[in-house]
Design a protein around this ligand. Sequence first.
Ligand SMILES: Cc1cc2nc3c(=O)[nH]c(=O)nc-3n(C[C@H](O)[C@H](O)[C@H](O)COP(=O)(O)O)c2cc1C
Length: 322
Amino acid sequence: MLALGLNGSPRKGGNTEYLLSAFLNEIEKHKIATKTIRVSKKTISPCTECGYCEENDGCIIKDDMSAQIYPLLKEADIIVAAAPIFFYGFPAQFKALIDRSQALWAKKYFLGIEDPKKKSKKGFLLSLGATKGKNLFNGVKLTAKYFFDAISAKPAGDLCYFKVEKPGEITKIKGLEQDIKKAVYSLLTPLKTRKKIFFICSENACRSQIAAAYAQYFAGDKIEALSAGSAPAEKIDDITIQAMAEEKIDISDRKPKSIKKILLNTTPDIIVSMGCKDKCPYVSGADTIEWNLPDPAGKSIEFVKKIREDIKNKILDFINNI
Ligand SMILES: Cc1cc2nc3c(=O)[nH]c(=O)nc-3n(C[C@H](O)[C@H](O)[C@H](O)COP(=O)(O)O)c2cc1C
């Protein structure tokens, strides 16, 4: 699992930076990987409302948003949006990132292609401001709610603090550590209590990617589906991406992973092998299921679609029986 922290404050060593890093440190205590993006240091042009994303996959503007942030927003299981209040809203750099998430909104609502993690992805808001007006956080809460919807994350709570102005003032908030502990615990509990199912094949470019995406799509709230290969390919098979897009499931930004690397940080409950035979790992305590599906690499779209249907049926059956 990955928790992505978006630091929306341009001030280095400021209150948002402290709050976000304390929140992510608490997440790491639960053995979940984290990554922080300092939004103000990224090149993110504002949305030009060109309409490209309403007819095509992605955004026509090529900058850090397309190169780095869209893929991370898709990969992450938890997105923590952290920002100080600037004029009752998000700082401009963060607002540009939010506006550019329109490309993901359009992918979902115009093109009908969904994020397979939509059932489990969570969004959490951290914010703070100098004053104590009762409406201080209304703007960011509403914007965050719709940002999380665009990136297919369910809003899972917020921590917002009044009267925090000079750098370091956040550390004086009474009960901050307890607030964070409690919030992280309730954020992670539904994710950590899912059964871990590890789908494996040789290259992690076709079959195991399809299986993991379907498992997430149909039962991501009950299953943590991972996938990897014994000899991971450089990239996912293009025909597989196309076959899944026909199913309205987006796996375009996924990357093949190594079985060994996944097993360093994860102990699966069940391993489902697509047919990598003797190269499949033995993991003590995990049940192993063998599906023995033919390798669709380099085959026609019809062949891949047939395998896709086989995998879909097996996944639906598997979910019913788990
Ligand atoms: C451009 C700008 C606009 C701000 N607007 C507000 C505001 O509308 N309401 C408020 O309470 N604080 C406002 N503040 C204060 C910041 O929210 C506050 O100093 C915060 O602690 C900064 O967090 P940081 O250290 O993470 O950057 C503003 C600060 C700046 C620089």
